[in-house]
Each structure stands twice: as structure tokens, then as C-alpha cells.
Design a binder for this molecule. Structure first.
Ligand code: FAD
Length: 423
């Protein structure tokens, strides 16, 4: 990828994370995919060098960098050949800790976050449900106060597609605490929890889902049946969960966009190398414009998506900085006036549009690059040894999750173009 224009911090992250990733060659990822085995050594290596706290404040043991740098980290991971599997083994620890760092209790900040940064605990993100799908506000998992006047909650319901639940100690869970019929808007009455996933306790069951790609990381159905969690698992105020989680969702879209870019650039580099070397009809196949032009077109699409991605990440960081309660007066005084004014003018809906657009464009660009990489390889594109088939299987994930292409198109139609809401 062309790196002109990135900040010094982003380039430092790219180089350092790239050096860790270099210890995990494509054969490692082929093997993990084949055996459906968690890349725990990779997660541990990144944790050892402190990368899991990249976007968390220094006061909590993080690096104090932003989503702009975390996106670069996720891109670098995917681009190294680790693909979505490598990225998915890491990313919830980066984005799901964002709302926790901002709204968590002292105890959550002092215990959970340091354990996640050190890699001792892993976390997963529990939002999607089988019966509500993308209609998140209608999710049916409930957390109700345990009878008998105690402080605990009992969780009942089902989550689906929860990545890394098998290896996670924690789950950031979105559940309904006030029934839908008792709230004026469906976005009310949802609460966010940071819970232990303790399978020795009654009321919790995990079932692995067999899937198309990214097989090194587990995906799960999670069943709760009166699963008891302490009241101090609540993050922020009861009923405010959706507002809180939105904070993490825009960060997640930026990271996913970065991951998609990484996959796309990896596939394109591999395709170009093959097109330069593979000789058929006594000339390199890349000399045929039918091979060269689709690759050039894929490159330009990736570059455009790259601009959208790092623009969104920058807006996210600027809005987070403006909102940061902890920003000291002195820090504010030290900032140039123009920068302070810019931060104050970042609207949340502008961040949402930018983050969603970036995720959409990067996912589409990655798909185009990965599909063309397979086709450039001809028959060898279908062979595991050449990696491009693995990346093609994996590049469908950013098109589907965490929000589908269609829902992003709905969102932009409504929020930007002011067209009637279609859902
Ligand atoms: C590999 C993988 C990992 C995941 N990891 C996690 C995770 O860790 N945690 C988590 O909570 N979730 C996770 N997910 C879930 C993911 O976020 C959802 O699959 C995604 O949000 C889509 O929801 P759904 O599958 O229920 O699709 P559905 O809501 O059933 O939608 C199906 C299709 O219908 C379309 N559609 C639905 N309604 C409309 C409409 N009104 N207009 C136009 N089109 C519409 C959708 O765009 C989609 O194409 C993961 C998914 C995958 C595949």
C-alpha cells in the first residue's frame, strides 16, 4: 500500500505491528484455518508488546493513541496474510473496550481493562440475535433483577455469531432491561453489561457454528437461561446501553474497514506478483490488459476506500477528543485554537455517516481485489497454498458484519439524502 500522507504515529504502528506479524507466516494461518484452531500465540504476541491497549487511555494502561492508529494496526494485521482470522482474534478487544473505558465503573476500569490489555482475559461482543438480526433494537435477550431483592441480574435469551466466545473470559453484552412495551422508543430500555462467561455456572451454553472462512476463530450461538450476573456488571446507566454501544460501533466500523483494506491490498500484491511471473503463450500473463486492467482498477478502488477509512477514523478521534470528560483545561489550552474549534464541530451523525461509508467502500474494494486475485491465479487461485482462496472466503465478512451493505445503503439514503425511511 502507498503510505504517503500517513502520520508518524500511524507509520510507526505499521512498522512495529508488521514486525510482530512477520513472525506468523501464511503457513501458520493456513494451518490454523485447516485445523480450526485459535491463533492464541498471535494474540499473546500482540498483547506482550502492548498492542491490545492501542486506543485506550494511558491512565488505564493503554497507549493513548486513537482509532486512526488502531485502524492502521488492524489493516497491517490483515495485510500481513493473517487476514480476517488474525484481525478477528484481536479486534473485539480493541473496539469493545472503547465504551467500557468511557462509561465503565472504577472497578471495571481497574480490573477488566488491564487484564484485557495484558492478554490475560479476552473479550467478545454479544449483540446479534437469531430472531432480530439487523433490527438490533428489537433484540429479545433480557436482564432482569433477580427475585428476592438481591442486586444480581438474571440473563435469558440467545445470541448468535459471537466471535471468540469459546476463548473469552468476558462478554460485552447488550440486553433489554425494560420491556419494549414499557418504553416510548425501542432504543430505550437496553443496557450494556460486561459479564463473565463462566461455563461452570448454570444457565450458559455455547455452540460453535461451522463456517465458510476465518475458521481459526470460533463463532458461536450463546444461550442464556437465567444466567446470574452481579449488578456491578452493568456498564454506565441502566437503560442507556444503546447510546453507549453506539460509541463502540463507529470505532468497530473503522477497524473493519481497515481490515478489509488489508485483505484487499494483500490479495492485490499477490495477484500482481503472480501476473508478473506466470508465463502463458510465451509472455507474462500481466502483459494482457484483461489481467492488468482489473488489477489496476482494484488498486484505485482500494486507494479511494483508504481515504474514506482514514477520514472516518480521524473524525472519530476528533469527536472522541472533544467529548473526553477527562481532557484537562491545560491540555485544551495547549491545543491550537483552530484544532479546538474543529473538534467542537464534529457532529456524531457525521462520524456515523463517515464510518459506515468507509466500511461499505472498503468491504466492496476488498471483495473486488480478492475475487480478481483468485481469477488472476487461474487454477492455482483455488489452491490453499496460494492463500488467495482463503482471503476470498474471508473478505465476505466485512460485507456482512457488523452491519450489512444493504443497511448502510438504507442509512445513507435516509440520513444523508433525506429519503423516506425504508425499514
Ligand atoms: C463471521 C461473522 C462474525 C460475526 N461476529 C459477531 C460478533 O462477534 N458479535 C455480534 O454481535 N455479531 C456478530 N456477527 C453478526 C453480524 O453482525 C450479523 O450477521 C449482521 O449484522 C447481519 O445480521 P443477520 O445475520 O441477522 O442478517 P439479517 O438481519 O437476517 O439480514 C439478512 C439479509 O437481509 C438484508 N436486510 C434485512 N433487512 C433489510 C432492510 N430493511 N432493507 C434491506 N435489506 C435488509 C440484510 O442486509 C441481509 O443481507 C458476525 C457475523 C459473521 C458472519
Amino acid at each position: 500500500m502507498e503510505t504517503t500522507g500517513f502520520t508518524e504515529n500511524q507509520l510507526t504502528v505499521r512498522e512495529a505491528v508488521g514486525a510482530v506479524c512477520a513472525q506468523f507466516p501464511n503457513t501458520y494461518w493456513q494451518e490454523k484455518d485447516r485445523k480450526e484452531e485459535d491463533p492464541s500465540e498471535f494474540h499473546a504476541a500482540l498483547a506482550r508488546d502492548g498492542w491490545l491497549g492501542i486506543a485506550l487511555p494511558e491512565s488505564l494502561g493503554g497507549s493513548g493513541l486513537g482509532i486512526s492508529e488502531a485502524t492502521m494496526m488492524m489493516q497491517t494485521i490483515a495485510e500481513s496474510g493473517a487476514g480476517m482470522a488474525g484481525a478477528q482474534s484481536i479486534h473485539a478487544n480493541v473496539y469493545a473496550t472503547q465504551p467500557l473505558a468511557r462509561f465503565g465503573s472504577a472497578q471495571q476500569l481497574q480490573t477488566t481493562i488491564p487484564n484485557i490489555i495484558s492478554g490475560r482475559w479476552r473479550t467478545c461482543f454479544g449483540v446479534t440475535e437469531p430472531n432480530s438480526g439487523l433490527d438490533t433494537l428489537r433484540l429479545a435477550t433480557t436482564a432482569t433483577r433477580a427475585p428476592g431483592g438481591g442486586d444480581d441480574y438474571l440473563v435469558s435469551g440467545q445470541k448468535i455469531w459471537i466471535t471468540c466466545a469459546q476463548v473469552s473470559r468476558k462478554m460485552i453484552l447488550l440486553a433489554r432491561t425494560t420491556p419494549l412495551e414499557h418504553v416510548t422508543k425501542p432504543s430505550q430500555g437496553l443496557s450494556l453489561f460486561c459479564i463473565d462467561l463462566d461455563r461452570d455456572k448454570p444457565g450458559l451454553e455455547l455452540r460453535k457454528i461451522r463456517k465458510m472462512g476465518g475458521r481459526a476463530v470460533d463463532a458461536n450461538e450463546v444461550f442464556f437461561d437465567n444466567y446470574r450476573i452481579p449488578a456491578d456488571s452493568l456498564v454506565g446507566q441502566e437503560g442507556n446501553g444503546f447510546k453507549i454501544i453506539l460509541h463502540g460501533m463507529n470505532a468497530e466500523r473503522c477497524l473493519l474497514a481497515g481490515e478489509a483494506l488489508g485483505l484487499g491490498y494483500a490479495a492485490l500484491a499477490r495477484a500482481a506478483a503472480y501476473a508478473r511471473e506466470r508465463v502463458v503463450f510465451r509472455r507474462a500473463i500481466g502483459q494482457n490488459q484483461a489481467i492488468a486492467h482489473p488489477l489496476a482498477d482494484a488498486y484505485m478502488n482500494l486507494e479511494a476506500a483508504k481515504l474514506a477509512t482514514y477520514h472516518a477514523a480521524r473524525l472519530y478521534d476528533m469527536s472522541a477528543a472533544a467529548a473526553q470528560d477527562g481532557a484537562s483545561k491545560q491540555e485544551q489550552q495547549e491545543q491550537p485554537q483552530q484544532q479546538q474549534q474543529q473538534q467542537q464541530h464534529i457532529r456524531q451523525d457525521a462520524v456515523g455517516v463517515a464510518a459506515n461509508s468507509a466500511k461499505y467502500l472498503a468491504a466492496e474494494a476488498a471483495f473486488r481485489a480478492c475475487e480478481r486475485a483468485v481469477m488472476t491465479h487461474g487454477g492455482m487461485g483455488y489452491a490453499v497454498e496460494y492463500d488467495v482462496e482463503r482471503w476470498l472466503r474471508e473478505c465476505l465478512v466485512p460485507r456482512i458484519a457488523p452491519v450489512s451493505r444493504e443497511m448502510i445503503l438504507n442509512y445513507v439514503s435516509e440520513k444523508v439524502l433525506e429519503l423516506p425511511r425504508s425499514y
